[in-house]
Design a protein around this ligand. Sequence first.
Ligand code: SF4
Length: 293
Amino acid sequence: MHFTGTVYRNPYWPTFPLLQITQGCTHNSCKFCTMYRDVQFKMQPLEWVEEDLRELAEIAPDATTIQLLSANPLALSYDRLLPYLELIRKYLPNMEYVYAATRVTDIRNKTVEQLKAMKELGVREISMGVESGDDWTLERINKGYHAEDIIEQCHKLDEAGVAYWMTFLNGVAGKEHSRDHAVHSAEIFSQCHPMLVGTGGLTLFPGTPLLEEAQRGAFTPLSEKEMLEELKLFAENLTCDCTFITHHTVAGQNLTGSNFLQRKDKIIAALDHEIRHGDMDRMAAIRRNKRTL
Ligand code: SF4
């Protein structure tokens, strides 16, 4: 198999087989992210991908799922993506789910008809690192799109019938803008129809512009307690039904599951309990040990 540069996979999707069709991230400049900092974005040559698929056809000929790597392979235009998707179908004919992580902007260059055609070839569930629905925050962290783009692109996915995950990055607006980040994100997410909303807490990793800003006093990170308060505010304002998962250190274990709206009161009560009784030192220690997003 040809794995080049740094690769990450989504642990919630089947982690075998994996197929790398691009290297790195097209954007590579979100202020909190180091995942692909030293990796230049490139398409993997089609011949490499075909060789990898031949290998997979020998060891997993009946595979029904596959994860595309790396950060945002769907950034490729439909015309450039199609040969890769057709090769997957050729070598793994039972393929049902071709999973991929995406940026909101990756959907822009595709029509609804093209998204439907991609779905026919297996692209029926994708995850989008949205992070915030608040324009001030999106600008601040250099995400490269605005709230209206999120709604527009998600509605195209809705129309095409492609299921999507949306992530909320808890804490990324810092202290001063926490409230707007939580409320506006929930408002924007609620105007979409994500199958899953995932929340993760901000960790300031060495080498990120956001850590550098925090060190010179231009960004004030939230405490663990304030992170939980922000997460609670986000959950209170979220009105779309979905699976809700959170990586918020200790609290996450009680909150993850489907039917968000049915469980919303319990989730908010659990967050409230964590805010009042949680072991904030332990949460901070877990966060300090994180090495990547
Ligand atoms: S957060 Fe995602 S889009 Fe932003 S730089 Fe990292 S991998 Fe790229």
